[in-house]
Design a protein. Sequence first.
Length: 77
Amino acid sequence: MDTTKRLRLRFRDSNDRIVSFSLTPARVPVNVGDVLALMDLIIGTDSFYTYTGGSIVEKLDANLHTETINPVIDDFD
């Protein structure tokens, strides 16, 4: 069994589209203050352009996703 944690940050861009960034592996426990600061930095530096060509302008949410993989068959040899 293998478990992966991923932090997904969602934003709205200047073209009113939703865009997201994923951070894998996520540091657990998640520090809300650090996440908010990172999201503010992404918006404030205007360093990323979205697939629509717009700038990121608004924070929407941040979610921690946990995926557990349970192999049914490990090896076919």
